[in-house]
Ligand binder design. Structure first.
Ligand SMILES: C[S@@+](CC[C@H](N)C(=O)[O-])C[C@H]1O[C@@H](n2cnc3c(N)ncnc32)[C@H](O)[C@@H]1O
Length: 396
């Protein structure tokens, strides 16, 4: 178990020791390294950091024992890691990844990027940042400047290629027997008012709902998905704000907010999912509804010791879901292939949610559950239903 605690003057020596141990183990200390002079400069700089109101200097503790050093600055424009060192004895245990994941989630919540500089002679650190989705945005001396943002990550995930292949008119999720009942039920739940779709995508539902007579607006992160929507409906017909459905605001008051096709699970932390419910409530008039379409986690299909399930194995397409049950994460691996041996892989990470947890999130945002059905035609929801359409309502 690791935890962070704010450093004090009493930690200066430890912080120097751990920095030396980490840098030395990577073979990155210069041949003419003057340890005494370095320790004096480091101590002075550490004391300044402890007093600096814009910076937090932490001791990373593992099992209650000091094991690392972390320095973070926070401004209105970004969160920045100004240094992280872990003692060699605790490296490769996922502690760095866990710390950065928490900081990514903090940055996402604040709607700002997370920045870090990495020395060009530190390939281990660079590999970690690449894996976490950081991209290089510049150079400073011997360092690369890296940045991660939720918007950039979603744009990478939902890029032009994916957006162009997304629509399958008349087939699959675009089939009339899927969209017809969806649109009719949403129109009924909008109750004569305006609807807002979170993560509107290419307008799979929004376009036919708008054509059905319900005024629809949207929030969407991906520019490429939005570009596809714009080939079907202009900004006067379906206004869209580019942003995060957990935080972004769009003008107007709505009687219905809806979030379909399992997309609440694209928010990867419980905090962001709760924020999404609160954001829905903010956009609704009294008595307004928030509708969620979501699958029921398929953990019953996981045999002990097997971390993955095969969702589909059709000619040309295989869906493999890999689970991290501790984080409540599932990554869907979509393999598309033809006759030959080549395949295309598209991966989407999700945080799965049980119906009961979803209801609690709703409660935190002031909603109560009005109905839960197995589908858009109000089929009864049972213990065997693979997914559900849940309707939450604000008090009138
Ligand atoms: C599976 S698609 C669903 C699109 C559409 N709702 C539909 O039913 O076809 C997921 C969409 O969610 C968007 N998305 C993911 N996370 C988002 C977020 N935090 N805020 C806004 N849009 C997001 C993606 O860009 C993508 O367009």
């Amino acid at each position: 178990m690791h935890r962070l605690r704010l450093a004090t003057d009493a930690d200066v020596r430890f912080l120097a020791d751990v920095t030396l141990a980490a840098t030395g183990a990577q073979g990155r200390l210069p041949a003419d390294f003057d340890e005494a002079a370095w320790r004096d400069r480091f101590a002075e700089w550490t004391r300044e950091s402890i007093e600096d109101p814009g910076t937090e200097l932490y001791v990373i503790e593992v099992d209650d024992v000091g094991a690392g050093r972390l320095r973070v600055s926070r401004t209105a424009e970004f969160v920045e890691v100004n240094g992280i060192q872990l003692h060699p004895e605790v490296q490769n245990r996922g502690i760095g990844t866990a710390i950065f994941t928490v900081l990514q989630s903090e940055a996402a919540r604040s709607g700002v990027p997370l920045k870090v500089n990495v020395e060009r002679d530190n390939p281990d650190a660079r590999r970690l940042y690449d894996r976490l989705g950081f991209v290089k945005i510049g150079e400073e001396g011997g360092e690369d400047v890296l940045e991660w943002s939720k918007a950039a990550e979603q744009n990478r995930l939902w890029n032009a290629d994916v957006a162009e292949r997304y629509d399958t008119p008349g087939v699959g999720m675009f089939a009339e027997d899927v969209l017809g009942p969806t649109v009719q039920r949403l129109a009924q739940l909008a109750d004569g008012g305006r609807a807002l779709e979170f993560a509107i995508g290419t307008g799979r539902v929004a376009v036919p709902l708008s054509e059905y007579g319900v005024p629809v607006s949207g929030i969407e992160f991906s520019d490429a998905m939005l570009e596809q929507l714009r080939t079907k409906a202009d900004a006067d017909t379906i206004p869209v704000v580019t942003g995060d459905m957990a935080t972004a605001r769009i003008p107007g008051e709505f009687t219905l907010v809806y979030l379909v096709y399992n997309t609440i699970a694209n928010l990867l932390t419980q905090e962001e999912q709760v924020a999404c419910f609160r954001n829905a409530a903010r956009h609704l008039s009294p008595g307004g509804r928030f509708v969620i379409e979501l699958w029921v986690p398929e953990l019953r299909r996981l045999p002990p010791g097997v971390p993955a399930t095969v969702g589909t194995a059709d000619p040309g397409y295989i869906l493999l879901d890999t689970y991290d049950v501790l984080k409540q994460h599932v990554v869907s691996h979509h393999f598309h292939f033809g006759e030959g041996t080549d395949a295309q892989l598209f991966r989407t990470p999700h945080r799965y949610i049980w119906p009961a947890e979803l209801d609690l999130m709703a409660q935190l945002a002031g909603f109560t559950l009005e109905s839960r059905h197995a589908d858009w035609t109000t089929t009864e929801f049972t213990a065997d239903s693979p997914s559900h359409v849940s309707v939450y309502r604000l008090p009138s």
